[in-house]
Each structure stands twice: as C-alpha cells, then as structure tokens.
Design a protein around this ligand. Structure first.
Ligand SMILES: *Cc1c(COP(=O)(O)O)cnc(C)c1O
Length: 390
C-alpha cells in the first residue's frame, strides 16, 4: 500500500514493473510462457488464472492507480464488465443501472440477463433519489457510468455509494471516460471500479483490454468467476498495455486541457447549438464534477445547427477522423445517431437528448489551433453545400 503514496506519473511509470535480473534492462521483461512448473513453486501460474508475471505486475499498477487493494486485467472492457456483474448476481437477484449506459453494457443486460434469471431496472434520472426509488428487496448491485456516453452527464459518486451502503448493495462504476487520472471512485466509497483499457489506458487505439479494481475480498469473488469464464488478456498485450500506461498521466492531462479549450471554442461558435462538457461552468453538473474529478476528461459532445448535415460535416474534416472508438492520442468524432444509437427509434433518441446533429468528440493531443482550423474549414464546406443546393 506504500506504493499508493507515490505521485500519479511515478505510479504510471514504475509501479508493478518486473525487474530484469539477468540483463538489467530498463523495462519489464515479457514472459510469454503459457506453461510453468508446478513443483517447488509458491504459485501455480497459468494465463487463464490471471497470474503470469506480466499479468500480476500490471494488476499491481492498476490497483495502485485506482487506490484499490487488488485488480485484474481482462481481454476486453466487456469481459471485465460481464465478469464483475455476474460475480455479484445470481438467479432471483435484481440490479439497478443508470439510464444512460455504454451500448455494449446495455445490450449485455437487456439481451442476456433474463436467461440467467436476473432482473433489472434503469433509473429515470440521475439524482440519488432516482437510484433509491428503483431498489427492491432483491437488489444486489447498483451500476453507474460517469461521465456518461455521449452526453457527459455526471452522477454523484458519494451519494450513490451512501445509498448502496445503506441498503447493503454492491456499487460498481464504469470509469472509462474519466480514466484513473481524473477520477478515483473508490475514494468516494464506490466498491468496484471497471475500465475499458481499450480507451485511455491503452491510449493509442491499438489495444483491446479491460480492468477491474476493488478490495481484496471483492476481487477474490470476481477472480473465482473470471477463471471459469476465461476472459484473461494475453501476455504480449499485457506488456504493451503496461508500456502505454507509463504515459497515461501526461496524455490524459494534455487531453483535459485540449478538451477544455475545444469546448470553449465550440461554445463561442454560432454554428454550434450546444456543447456538453463537464468542465464548462454552463454544464448542469459542473459543481458535482468539480467535487469528484481531478480533471474533466478528453470527451465532449456538441450539436451542429439542425440545418447542417452531421455526416457531411464529419466527411469534410481533414485532420480529425470519424471513428467508432475513442480516447486515442488522435482526435476522433462519432455520430451517435449513425452508430451507437442507430437502432433506437427517432423518438427514443429524442427522449434521451440525442439530436441528429450531435457529434461526440474524443479530443486528442494535437495542437488545438490545428483542430480549430479543421473544424472551421469543415463548417465552411457544409455551408457551401447548402448554398449550392438552394
Ligand atoms: C469501449 C467501452 C466499453 C467496452 O470496452 P471494450 O474494450 O470495447 O470491450 C465499456 N464502457 C465504456 C464507457 C466504453 O467506452
């Protein structure tokens, strides 16, 4: 636990690193072995038991980053989410989930849980009372995601943790959008923190992985199911992820700054109808965000004026790439209407506050002047097209 006292970038760079005793190289050696001795050893190691040297080293780093006692690394964010949920839910149990969720998690719950006999409720709003209202006698888990996708709503960590404790319920958070750089939910009393490491932990759009961190006791319960489900991560990718996390602190802090600058620019642009970013004083949850986040993150969303075609706008961008995923060092955009929320009816999208002109913007580490220039030239092209069509 003494390691937790080190500063963020020191933990990112060093915590959990493996010593190269043979050659004294500067970085962790990579142990690709899938077969280890079983006699005369303290631990019987096997990749699916989450206990190879590289897996264990990286888990120590991620636990330290989330101020947790222990962590496990998974083959994807969804492997981490599904294993954590099912570790605390059995037939007859009920779960309360926040109403705006990552699409994959929403699909997992609505498409799979019924066959396990697990019932679920989504909250109507995001206030503490909205969560308490949905609790039943058999509720075992409360699940939140803050900041949320794609509208960057903020859920009060402390309030949710207090409600969960009062009712003896396990609280879980998907902390992907904030990253451990900006938010450490365990400090506010949340029990289990989950990441899609495919996003800010990987940070270069080339790794698919997940992670969970919690108390030793909770992680034992998750591990028990994890080894049976088999969602561990291969050692080569574990090793790449360790390398990526060394720069996570400086990457995410640069992205925080860039996103704040871009949010302010977009707010002042008369072709943009709305900007959703928790770092803006005009964001309805700005005060809660300030109380629980160390930085406001690299994700924001904005709405083009309805007369502008969101698809044409994104095709006109030259530097910023329309892209399914997020959180890389390169800036990307996504249209929820055309991708993550395309299967919802137009009315349902409207109910959720997702306009056709809504664009989710994952802000990278480029110079903001260049990003602004790119948006301006794309807006000019979209306006030209309107003029030509009249
Ligand atoms: C991407 C993502 C996930 C799922 O992670 P995978 O690594 O794609 O399985 C879960 N939650 C959030 C918020 C995400 O952005």
């Amino acid at each position: 636990m003494a390691q937790n006292k080190k500063g963020l970038n020191t933990v990112c760079t060093h915590t959990g690193e493996l010593e190269d005793k043979t050659y004294k190289g500067a970085i962790s050696p990579l142990y690709m072995s899938t077969s280890y001795a079983f006699e005369d050893v303290d631990v019987k190691r096997y990749p699916r038991y989450f206990n190879t040297p590289n897996q264990v080293g990286l888990a120590i780093k991620i636990a330290a980053l989330e101020h947790a006692e222990a962590a496990l690394i998974f083959g994807s964010g969804m492997a981490a989410i599904s294993t954590s949920l099912l570790a605390f839910l059995r037939a007859g149990d009920h779960i309360v989930l926040q109403k705006t969720l990552y699409g994959g998690t929403y699909n997992l719950v609505t498409e799979e849980f019924e066959k396990f006999g697990i019932s679920y409720s989504f909250t109507d709003g995001l206030h503490a009372t909205d969560f308490e209202e949905k609790i039943q006698n058999n509720t075992k888990v409360i699940y939140i995601e803050t900041p949320s996708n794609p509208l960057l709503t903020i859920t009060d960590l402390k309030a949710v943790a207090e409600i969960s404790k009062k009712h003896g319920i396990v609280s879980m958070i998907d902390n992907t959008f904030a990253s451990p750089v900006n938010q450490n939910p365990l400090d506010f009393g949340i029990d289990v923190v989950i990441h899609s490491a495919t996003k800010y932990m990987g940070g270069h759009s080339d790794i698919c992985a997940g992670a969970v961190a919690s108390s030793e006791e909770n992680m034992q319960q998750i591990f028990h199911l994890a080894k049976n489900l088999g969602g561990s991560l291969s050692d080569y990718t574990v090793w790449l992820l360790e390398r990526s996390i060394k720069t996570m602190g400086i990457r995410v802090r640069a992205q925080n700054q860039n996103a704040q600058r871009m949010a302010e620019y977009l707010l002042s642009n008369e072709d943009i109808d709305a900007v959703y970013y928790p770092g803006l004083p005009s964001h309805p949850d700005h005060e809660i965000a300030k109380s629980q986040m160390k930085g406001f993150g690299g994700m924001l969303s904005f709405e083009l004026k309805p007369k502008f075609d969101a698809s044409k706008f994104q095709k006109s961008l030259e530097l910023i790439k329309p892209s399914m995923s997020l959180a890389g060092v390169e800036s990307t955009t996504l249209s929820p209407t055309l991708t993550s929320h395309s299967l919802l009816s137009a009315e349902e999208r409207k109910r959720q506050g997702i306009a056709d002109g809504l664009i989710r913007f994952s802000v990278g580490i480029e110079e903001t002047e260049d990003l602004i220039h790119d948006i301006e030239q794309a807006l000019r092209k979209v306006k030209e097209a309107i003029k030509l069509s009249i």
